[in-house]
Design a protein around this ligand. Structure first.
Ligand code: ATP
Ligand code: MG
Length: 409
């Protein structure tokens, strides 16, 4: 038997419903905040991720699905959405329209990680980006929107927030980290030894236990950021409080991607083990320019749909189901015609495709958790499966009028 590829999933049944419910809910909130959708390609030039996510990050170092196409191009399945959004923003010259842009996207991402609960090799994100606004109110609006998403989905997650300061502060901080970690060269993992030269900030994000241990005593960024960044951060915290968003400042939060500046944040839950970050994001004021666009402040976030799925409880059954059962083979066509009539009247119905004895068809209907059955013969008999009540109709119109009336009640 051919099996699905390790780390890949079939999402079906109740899980597919949860998936769609989450996407619908989040899209609805994006719409309320006036974000516009962008449907991005799944494949990009490898260099896009090297230059944005960063050469020394886990994603680029060991998690990307890369391949050469028949034309010899070096390509990657996208591991995240922000880089593609920025590429599109520049390539489609959105900046030329002046003003600012608010975009959202949704879909599959690919990372070659060790599969476990809440961590897959193909997973799905839904995220949003704001281009062209430096105001701290944009940070506040974005974070408040994610808070609303979490609350609307009824998920228990806390907001952790930090500032990485501006470019200069990060340079100072990087040097401080380099000095600190240099004392522990013999204890750092191989990757972190490399990071010591190239990007010591990444050591703080290392998942190796010994590196995590050393990181605990490392200098904290708060001591290295400029007064402007500090003031900006405090203003953001103040606005969030006024908007009713609860947060916890975590000076150790640096995020696993290189492009962040100033604000970074994560929504974290304790309910699904180590894979607790359900949504994450921050500001990336240098990235657009770094990828060849005009200097453009920007920020965004992404939520992991599978992790949200693990956290939402059983969905309530929303719509009623009516199953149409021809009592014998003489009435199959009449039954199918009735189904068409119901559907044309916007009434959901299941036409019993599995023919057999009445008893076996009722069993099948039961498996669909049907609310009503319509037995089709010379008459139409509507049976309420809960109360057992039965009503007889002689015309399709009368039946539909009745169903519509019931629905209205
Ligand atoms: P983590 O620290 O859990 O690896 P990350 O920092 O790599 O997360 P981001 O790149 O910021 O995550 O992605 C945003 C969100 O996408 C995460 O918070 C998480 O919910 C989800 N996500 C990331 N990687 C995976 C994965 N392999 N499987 C499922 N969801 C994922
Ligand atoms: Mg990761």
């Amino acid at each position: 038997m051919i099996q699905k590829v390790r780390g890949f999933q079939d999402i079906y049944g109740e899980n597919a419903k949860k998936y769609r419910y989450i996407v619908e809910t989040v899209r609805n909130i994006f719409n309320l905040y006036s974000f516009q959708e962008i449907i991005l390609p799944y494949v990009e030039d490898i260099s896009l991720f090297k230059r944005s996510v960063g050469e020394e990050t886990d994603i680029v170092q060991k998690e990307m699905y890369t391949f050469k196409d028949r034309g010899g191009r070096d390509l990657a399945l996208r591991p995240e959405g922000t880089a593609s959004c920025v590429r599109a923003y520049i390539e489609e010259k959105m900046y030329a329209q002046g003003s600012y842009h608010k975009l959202f996207y949704e879909g599959a991402m690919f990372r070659y990680e060790r599969p476990q609960a809440g961590r897959y090799r193909q997973f799905h994100q839904i995220g949003a980006e704001i281009f062209g606004v430096s105001s701290v109110y944009a940070d506040a609006e974005l974070i408040q929107m994610v808070d609303k998403i979490v609350k609307t989905l009824n998920i228990q997650a806390r907001l952790e927030i930090n500032t990485l300061g501006d470019f200069n502060s990060r340079k100072l901080y990087s040097q401080a980290l380099r000095d600190y970690f240099s004392q522990y060269k013999d204890k750092l993992c191989e990757t972190c030894l490399k990071r010591l030269d190239t990007n010591p900030l990444r050591i703080l994000d290392c998942k190796v236990e010994s590196c995590k241990e050393i990181s605990k005593e490392a200098p904290v960024i708060t001591d290295y950021i400029s007064k402007e960044s500090k003031d900006r951060f405090n203003e953001l915290l103040d606005i969030l409080s006024k908007l009713g968003v609860n947060y916890r400042v975590n000076p150790g939060l640096v995020r696993g991607l290189d492009y962040y500046t100033e604000t970074v944040f994560e929504f974290i839950t304790d309910k699904i083990g180590a894979q607790g970050t359900v949504a994450a994001g921050g500001r990336y004021d240098n990235l657009v320019e770094q990828l060849g666009g005009p200097p453009t402040p920007a920020l965004g976030f992404a939520a992991g749909i599978e992790r949200l799925m693990l956290l939402i409880s059983q969905l309530e059954k929303k719509d009623i189901l009516i199953t149409i059962i021809p009592i014998n083979s003489d009435y199959i066509l009449k039954g199918l015609e009735l189904s068409k009539f119901l559907r044309d009247s916007e009434i959901k119905s299941e036409f019993m495709l599995k023919t057999g004895s009445l008893k076996s068809m009722m069993k099948t209907a039961d498996k669909f958790r049907t609310d009503f059955v319509i037995f089709v013969s010379d008459k139409l008999e509507l049976k309420d499966m809960k109360s057992g009540e039965q009503l007889i109709f002689y015309s399709e119109e009368d039946l539909i009028d009745h169903i519509k009336g019931e629905k209205a009640v």
